[in-house]
Design a protein around this ligand. Structure first.
Ligand code: FAD
Length: 479
């Protein structure tokens, strides 16, 4: 008889307790990934377009790595429990192994799988999830999850370091030849006509080796100064690990321990290291919020926002999506997102704030757009951060604090290098004007080859008027 490892958001071979346990039985091994698109039934949110691109490439990479070890990845599409039962019967499997997940839709799906497998007498072995701390361990006296980040993170850290990661699996038992795989091409996860993924291919290397490279490069070159440099848009001082973490190509435990190890040799780094680890903490915080609120992408965490007077404005929404708002820092971010599937965290905050405050458009519209276009689109971090920016989330910035996109640009992109890269039609403006081209004189505009409203949009809203409108809407919402 054989055993099955069911891969989900854990597309890696190292620090994979379920794979290690299954391989440890010595039985022939089936490595399985199931694409279950029956979202209505499983409450799982269908992946966005950029995340599908990532998934296709990550699965290909995982298959290649498995083949180096005499194994292969079996791909199947359909209802998860039905497929697992079918393969278990076909291959006379005695057990299925997987990593636990605290994502509510994943957990619900796993419960169905457990029932279905036990009915046919197949064992289930579930290893600890990838989170640094399980939500069940971080509760207040009433048994609820924490809604404020600092005490949350203190509690997580007070649990001590997470267990050290397991080493990579160098050898694996043989595969079961009779089990057939579908082809990744048939799943059509990648765009064909038109093929808009060129920017993604140029920017990313999905898979475990790519993740490890990013982590090593970050610890070698960028952790030193991370705390102060992470907001500098022209500098490349963040880890770029978010999509790798999203698909489990690297585990938070691996990142945690590698970072601590790097710091152990250099105590001067401790401030940067703590800051970086606390960002992993925000990821964790969002996952814990999701655990308590499975419809985090729909439901305001603060019910007082349920009757916020959002506006419907298709033209403004589409200008924002396409990077044509007339605010250079917002447009640069939205274009970076479209071309590369990512956006710098600082600009995500500014662009998101612009949508919900300057345009008064419901945060759920922005969240949906990010969900579709981000390679790291995460069921916890995306809605969690959108709610945070909108003011209706956990530990949120108060709604009445409204980012000024010009000042944000001047502060975090003082030379305009970020804007020049993504909004090249403004590149010839002097840095003092690049974040507010409407302040340029006709001569300055002519010298830079710009006609506002033609070569680059005039601002779609006036900052001061938009700010007043947002504050009035906020006052109206409050009882
Ligand atoms: P680093 O600065 O190197 O941080 C290390 C890791 O910490 C990241 O890889 C990420 O896993 C985690 N992290 C950092 N900041 C945050 C944060 N604010 N919230 C949660 N985790 C964080 N991140 C996602 O992973 N997926 C999303 O869908 C997502 N949507 C966002 C939407 C909005 C409106 C905003 C403001 C932020 C969003 N973020 C999201 C958080 C953050 O912008 C990205 O995690 C970060 O930019 C990724 O770059 P990095 O890996 O270089 O980060």
């Amino acid at each position: 008889s054989s055993v099955i490892v069911w891969f989900r958001n854990d597309l890696r071979l190292s620090d994979h307790a379920a794979l290690a346990a299954a391989a440890g039985t010595g039985a022939p091994l089936i490595c399985l990934f199931i694409l279950d698109e029956a979202a209505a039934q499983s409450a799982r949110r269908p992946l966005g377009a950029a995340a599908k691109w990532w998934l296709a490439n990550s699965l290909r990479t995982l298959d290649r790595e498995l083949r180096k070890r005499g194994q292969r990845l079996i791909l199947r599409r359909g209802d998860t429990a039905t497929i697992l039962v079918q393969i278990a019967q076909e291959a006379k499997a005695k057990a299925v192994f997987w990593l636990d997940s605290e994502i509510p839709a994943e957990a619900a799906c796993a419960r169905q799988v457990i029932t279905a497998l036990h009915e046919i007498g197949v064992e289930t072995h579930i290893s600890r999830s990838d989170l640094l701390a399980s939500p069940s361990m971080i509760r207040n006296k009433e048994g609820h999850g924490l809604r404020v980040f600092t005490p949350f993170w203190k509690r997580v850290r007070a649990l001590g370091d997470p267990p050290p990661p397991l080493p990579a699996m160098k050898k694996l038992p043989p595969s079961v030849a009779s089990v057939e795989s579908e082809s990744i091409e048939d799943w059509q996860l990648e765009p064909l006509h038109p093929d808009w993924a060129g920017g993604l291919r140029a920017r990313w290397k999905p898979g475990e080796a790519g993740a490890r490279k990013k982590l090593d490069a970050f610890l070698d070159d960028a952790i030193d100064g991370y705390a102060s440099g992470r907001d500098d848009l022209a500098r490349d001082q963040t880890s770029h690990l978010s999509a790798h973490l999203r698909f489990g190509e690297i585990s938070p435990r691996q990142v945690f321990h590698a970072t601590r190890f790097a710091a152990a040799h250099n105590p001067a780094l401790s401030h940067d290291v703590e800051k970086f680890l606390s960002e992993l903490g925000w990821r964790e915080f969002c996952r814990h919020l999701l655990f308590d609120q499975p419809d985090l992408h729909r439901q305001d965490l603060q019910p007082s926002f349920d009757n916020f007077p959002w506006r419907t404005d298709r033209a403004a929404l589409s200008a924002w999506q396409q990077g044509r708002t007339g605010y250079p820092i917002v447009d640069a971010g939205m274009r970076e997102l479209w071309h590369t599937g990512t956006m710098h965290n600082r600009v995500r905050m500014v662009a998101a704030s612009f949508l919900v405050k300057h345009l008064l458009i419901d945060w759920r519209e922005g969240e949906r757009w990010f969900w579709d276009t981000l390679v790291d689109a995460d069921p916890g971090s995306n809605p969690g951060n959108w709610q945070w920016v909108a003011g209706c989330g956990a530990d949120a910035a108060p709604y009445f604090r409204i980012f000024n996109p010009v000042l944000q640009g001047e502060k975090f992109d003082p030379d305009g290098a970020y804007v020049m890269k993504w909004v090249p039609e403004l590149a010839k403006l002097p840095p003092k004007l690049i974040h507010q081209p409407w302040e340029a004189t006709p001569m300055e505009l002519a010298a830079a080859g710009i006609t506002l409203g033609k070569t680059y949009p005039a601002p779609i809203v006036d900052h001061k008027a938009a700010r007043e409108r947002a504050l009035a809407a906020y006052r109206k919402m409050r009882p």
